[in-house]
Design a binder for this molecule. Structure first.
Ligand code: XIL
Length: 330
């Protein structure tokens, strides 16, 4: 059987993964061989690229770009405007009042032009804004979000405009979780839909909607809802990307990640498969990327206490049933 990237190429659907520096240095064969689109798990976040004010560190981002070039991979840039993983000099400066509102606008503009400009012409899709909506029902832009608190809601369209000026050919995405029915209510999906269409109609250069698609076997999952949401974003004229797919579950220990619920072994390939099949069936979907491919480097054990087993490959980098299922679906 062929690699995921070869199978995806045959149906014109790039298949990819987020990569950490270790995915590149230690597991280049899979990271390069299986995927045709990559993104930095942390490499392009503000905290990583500008750890001290005015002093840039492009080590990880450049490594990712070089790896992608060597392996003929597309790149998704992730992410320019997000409340997490901001440099402490920035958040501390704002808290102390040394970074005023007008300075913060200027710093954001500089951040976007510097980073997007550095990789101009080499990034296929940028996740410009990430995770701005609440999970409440009805949902809306989170008034307590750090950026919204500092600069108000216009910060999001402004970021899109700057990113577009910095690289007019990049596809610009709004990216979030629970926007494809994962939460059951679909309230957040509705809110993002209403906001994104309104912004776009007002001339904001927002080209795509990214659904992170972090699933958990304990919450159940509605494949039909997932597909319908991809479809309606597509019908509204947006490109759509499944950006951070993974399917976590409770496990024995972080080192081994054996599911404690034996049904998870069946639920996981089923949920991965349902997501990919939906992506394949909706023409607007232009890429399907997972948030890391091996359980040994997954963000899940460090973030969700007691959970793991979220990826296509196990802790020893051996393909799991989920991998073989995607191979068949492609
Ligand atoms: C995660 C990274 O994988 C971790 O290494 C880091 O500690 C925290 O962020 N949604 C996103 C990603 O958009 O940027 C997050 O990545 C996972 C959730």
């Amino acid at each position: 059987p062929q690699s995921l990237r070869a199978l995806g190429a045959a149906i014109d659907l790039p298949i990819g993964s987020a990569l950490t520096p270790q995915d590149i240095t230690d597991f280049a064969a899979v990271s390069g061989g299986q995927f045709s689109v990559v993104m930095g798990a942390n490499a392009m976040k503000w905290q990583t690229v500008e750890p001290a004010q005015g002093s840039y560190d492009w080590t990880d981002a450049d490594q990712l770009m070089a790896f992608a070039k060597a392996n003929h991979q597309l790149v998704r840039g992730h992410t320019l405007l997000w409340h997490n993983q901001l440099p402490t000099w920035l958040t501390d400066g704002v808290a102390a009042g040394t970074i005023t509102k007008s300075k913060l606008w200027a710093l954001l503009e500089k951040h976007i032009f510097t980073e997007v400009g550095r990789y101009k012409g080499r990034i296929w899709q940028w996740d410009v804004a990430n995770e701005f909506f609440t999970d409440a029902n009805p949902s809306g832009i989170n008034p307590n979000d750090w950026w919204i608190q500092q600069l108000g809601e216009s910060v999001i369209p402004q970021a899109f405009k700057w990113a577009h000026q910095a690289d007019p050919h990049a596809l610009l995405f709004y990216n979030d979780y629970n926007v494809t029915g994962e939460d059951g209510t679909n309230a957040k999906s509705d809110a993002v839909y209403a906001w994104a269409t309104k912004q776009r109609d007002a001339g904001v250069p927002i080209h795509g909607i990214g659904t992170q698609a972090h699933l958990d076997t304990q919450y159940g999952f509605d494949p039909q809802r997932f597909q319908q949401d991809l479809e309606r974003f597509g019908k509204a004229g947006f490109k759509v990307a499944v950006t951070e797919a993974d399917v976590r579950t409770f496990v024995d220990a972080a080192a081994t990640q054996v599911p404690t619920d034996s049904l998870a072994q069946f639920a996981q390939p089923f949920e991965y498969s349902a997501m990919l099949q939906a992506a394949i069936s909706v023409p607007a979907v232009i890429s399907f990327t997972v948030w890391g491919w091996t359980d040994s480097l997954s963000w899940v054990p460090g973030t969700f206490s007691g959970e793991g087993y979220a990826c296509l490959y196990d802790v020893n980098q051996q393909p799991k049933q989920a991998y073989y299922t995607l191979q068949k679906d492609l």
